[in-house]
Design a binder for this molecule. Structure first.
Ligand code: B12
Length: 348
């Protein structure tokens, strides 16, 4: 209970048991005055503290508005203006879902794709489909922002969302740096700039640490298999090309202009990869059929030396905050000195 200052001296005087009656009055008055002074300054202090606490809580509370309206340009060249941070966000790609969660925006994510399985909380969010999202489902969730990755289907979908005046922001991650920039810009849009800056700082630190470890290792020629039939790999404009380099390897399709080129077996044989990386689900087992498929190409160094590995595609195939886990995993696999390979064993 907080007393009013005028109560304090009397209560204090009455509670003093050893006072002599004569001079006691004066002393009590004096003490009263002192205590009154203390009471006033205590009251003032409490009031000031209350004000400081309220001001502090106000600073901590998520700001409902940006300091000034912000305009950001997405990778399709569209400018999007935000006067307030969005409160109902739909993510149309697992990579973007992982970014939003990493920024602590859990409560503001109202819809995700069927493939969004990380973090576990993503699986509890309403699902809106895959790369070709369900328009009705999206509209029913009343989003005030849709974030998407560039692609034929999604671009068509976004044109439809535009008719309903739902703002969208599309990204086309072509490098590791672009992924970091996307985290920063999402942070800016959401009013979570500081969290985003801290996150990117940590990721850059881990990337630099892998970079240092793989700086002077021998760099094996590597084929990265996104899909097998047709064989799709990663070219110059893909962030995975960056990621292979950072993990201490040479991407044999890195000179191809398309980000995700279809590659002929003739080309692969000519380049003779020393390592083949299959991007698969983490719990997926490499089937005998898969092994047989690759053993047909016995002229390849990777096949002859049994250097066909699987890596988790949830890490490497998602241009989000977990790519650094992916780079670390790949670096360990290629260069055991970096650290022992973890879950992934050679296919054969
Ligand atoms: C290239 C490719 C990728 C690339 C590029 C993705 C990107 N931009 O983010 C990489 C390797 C990174 C990738 C990742 C994934 N992919 Co993919 N990918 C393909 C592939 C092999 C070719 C697509 C293509 O180039 N088409 C030709 C161009 C001209 O068309 P496009 O529309 O412009 O293509 C773009 C979109 O397809 C988009 N994209 C690719 N995959 C995905 C996945 C989702 C969920 C979304 C929204 C968009 C998207 O990226 C392409 C290039 O920019 C197809 C399979 C196939 N053979 O078609 C699978 C495919 C599209 N991917 C698929 C899946 C499931 C994924 C992942 C969810 C896998 C995972 N475990 O994480 C991730 C999600 C990526 C993310 N951003 O979060 C499924 C989609 C199923 C569906 N019905 O929605 C497909 C059909 C494979 C399959 N058969 O299962 N993928």
């Amino acid at each position: 209970m907080i007393h009013k200052p005028e109560d304090l001296p009397e209560r204090a005087a009455c509670s003093s048991p050893n006072e002599e009656s004569g001079s006691a009055h004066l002393r009590v008055k004096k003490q009263g005055a002192i205590l009154k002074g203390i009471g006033i300054s205590l009251w003032g202090f409490l009031m000031r503290s209350k004000f400081i606490i309220i001001a502090f809580l106000f600073l901590l509370a998520p700001s409902p508005v940006h300091a000034v309206p912000i305009t950001v340009t997405d990778d399709l060249g569209h400018s999007v203006r935000f006067t307030t941070p969005p409160q109902r966000i739909i993510s149309l790609a697992p990579s973007l879902t992982e970014m939003l969660f990493s920024l602590g925006l859990d409560d503001r994510i109202v819809g995700v794709t069927d493939y969004c399985n990380y973090p576990p909380a993503a699986m509890t969010k309403p699902k809106v489909g895959g790369m070709n999202p369900n328009l009705e489902k999206v509209l029913s969730l009343h989003p005030d922002l849709i974030v998407a990755v560039a692609g034929i289907y999604q671009n068509q979908s976004l044109a439809r969302f535009e008719q309903f005046h739902i703002p969208s922001f599309t990204v086309d991650p072509s490098s590791i740096e672009k992924i970091f920039e996307t985290i920063l810009v999402l942070g800016k849009i959401a009013g979570a700039d500081e969290t985003a800056a801290e996150k990117v700082k940590q990721l850059r630190g881990r990337l630099e640490s892998v970079r240092q470890k793989t700086l002077s290792v021998p760099r094996p020629r590597l084929l990265y298999v996104v899909d097998k039939d047709p064989l799709i790999s990663v070219g110059k404009g893909s962030y995975i090309d960056d990621l292979i380099r950072e993990a201490g390897s040479v991407n044999i399709t890195g000179e191809l202009a398309k980000a995700y080129p279809i590659v002929s077996m003739e080309y692969v044989i000519h380049q003779d990869p020393e390592v083949i990386i299959l991007a698969m689900d983490a719990d997926q087992i490499v089937s005998d059929q898969e092994k047989q498929y690759w053993s047909r190409w016995s002229s390849l160094s990777a096949v002859r030396n049994g250097k066909i590995y699987k890596v988790s595609r949830d890490l490497l195939n998602r241009p989000g905050p977990r790519i650094i886990d992916g780079i670390e995993e790949l670096a360990r696999l290629l260069h055991p000195a970096v650290g022992p390979p973890q879950a992934d064993e050679p296919v054969r």
